[in-house]
Design a protein around this ligand. Structure first.
Ligand SMILES: [Zn+2]
Ligand SMILES: [Zn+2]
Ligand SMILES: [Zn+2]
Length: 170
């Protein structure tokens, strides 16, 4: 017996596809009333959503106001960095005190208030920190080639490098 002889289910191609469906007995007014009701409900939902968004935005603004001009990813507890007016380095060859004393340093920092170049805290002299303490000059930038960052001694926080300091860096 050949399996080809087994009866196979067939579709009745004369049955039209159910795209439109039969005409409904619902009156046109009923449909319009339903649509009006749906629009009304949807509108109320939108209004509620809008109020929620406004409330969240208000809270967000209040949070921003409480944190000063803080933006995400920015440390704005420091007001000093924005106030400094950088000047060229006084001793571009290296740490001012180390050069005078003939001692060596590890890394260099540039005082963004007066242009003093001092050595970092890994250096024996720690002249950048000592300069900051002695003068109350708050912000230094790295004076290492290619490095672009700044530090506030007062707030003990990394701060955005003032763009005006960039021309004086290495
Ligand atoms: Zn500061
Ligand atoms: Zn200084
Ligand atoms: Zn030094």
């Amino acid at each position: 017996m050949s399996p080809d002889l087994a009866p196979r289910p067939t579709r009745d191609v004369s049955d039209p596809p159910h795209t439109g469906g039969p005409a409904r007995s619902v009156g046109q007014d009923d449909i319009e009333n339903e649509l009006i009701h749906m629009r009304h409900s949807f509108g109320e939902s939108l209004a509620g959503l809008d109020q929620s968004v406004r409330r969240i935005e208000g809270e967000f603004d209040a949070t921003l106001a409480g944190n000063g001009r803080k933006r995400p990813g920015e440390s704005m507890t420091c007001e000093h960095a924005a106030r400094v007016e950088p000047v060229p380095p006084r001793t571009p060859a290296g740490c001012e005190e180390c050069l005078a004393a003939g001692t060596s340093w590890v890394h260099l920092r540039l005082c963004l208030t007066c242009g003093h170049v001092g050595c970092c805290d890994s250096s024996p002299g720690r002249h950048a920190t000592r300069h900051a303490r002695a003068t109350s000059h708050p912000v230094v930038a790295s004076y290492e080639p290619g490095e672009r960052w700044a530090w506030c001694y007062v707030d003990r926080v990394g701060v955005d490098l003032p763009s005006r300091a960039v021309p004086y860096l290495r």
